[in-house]
Design a protein around this ligand. Structure first.
Ligand SMILES: Cc1cc2nc3c(=O)[nH]c(=O)nc-3n(C[C@H](O)[C@H](O)[C@H](O)COP(=O)(O)O)c2cc1C
Length: 177
């Protein structure tokens, strides 16, 4: 059983692909979040935008990870950026379970050139300790794979260090995107 959980929501597959690759590189457990809202097509797109702006949270389809969330040493959370915010589905997960998480890292995917660093801060509002790691991937861009690999390497270094003291000291300072 892995000590790392990669949990994500993906509407059109970009975040799914990134999280699958990251989970494989880290030998982590992978968990996809889903809701029951119709998010396909133009109407679905509009719904996503409205949900993100209004910060509404849909009920999640129950998904079960292998161990209690508080038992994972690190939880990496992947979300598309919606209107400068995290997706409502990930917001629902954070609202429901954010305070159960010991250490978190964020993987954002986006289409624009803006990194949307504000999304990290919004997500930090739901967890006990600020994120240790963050990466913002512009889907399909030339540098996307490079930044994803850098992110994996940073997490691997942190895991190899293995000191709880250092983990707490570095919290909030180790954002690398
Ligand atoms: C409603 C909506 C709003 C979006 N807003 C932004 C945005 O503010 N900035 C941005 O760079 N991309 C934005 N995007 C693009 C997605 O973040 C991007 O395509 C992402 O990689 C999609 O991930 P997915 O394929 O996992 O769903 C938006 C997409 C949707 C559906």
């Amino acid at each position: 059983m892995s000590e790392i959980l990669c949990v994500y929501y993906s509407r059109t597959g970009n975040t799914k692909k990134a999280m699958e690759e990251i989970a494989q590189a880290l030998d982590a457990e992978l968990l996809e979040l889903k809701d029951e809202v119709k998010r396909e097509g133009l109407l679905g797109w509009l719904r996503c935008g409205m949900d993100a702006v209004s910060r509404s949270v849909p009920p999640l389809v129950p998904a079960k990870q292998q161990r209690p969330l508080s038992d994972y040493r690190l939880v990496l959370i992947g979300t598309p950026v919606w209107a400068g915010r995290c997706s409502s589905v990930v917001r629902a997960f954070l609202k429901e379970s954010g305070t159960d998480l010991r250490h978190v890292g964020y993987v954002l995917t986006r289409s624009s050139g803006a990194k949307h660093g504000e999304v990290y801060r919004q997500m930090d509002g739901y967890v006990l300790y600020p994120h240790l790691f963050g990466v913002s991937l512009q889907s399909g861009s030339a540098g996307c794979h490079f930044w994803q690999e850098q992110f994996v390497k940073t997490v691997q270094d942190w895991l190899a260090e293995g000191s709880n003291t250092k983990e707490k000291t570095d919290a909030g300072k180790a954002e690398r995107d």
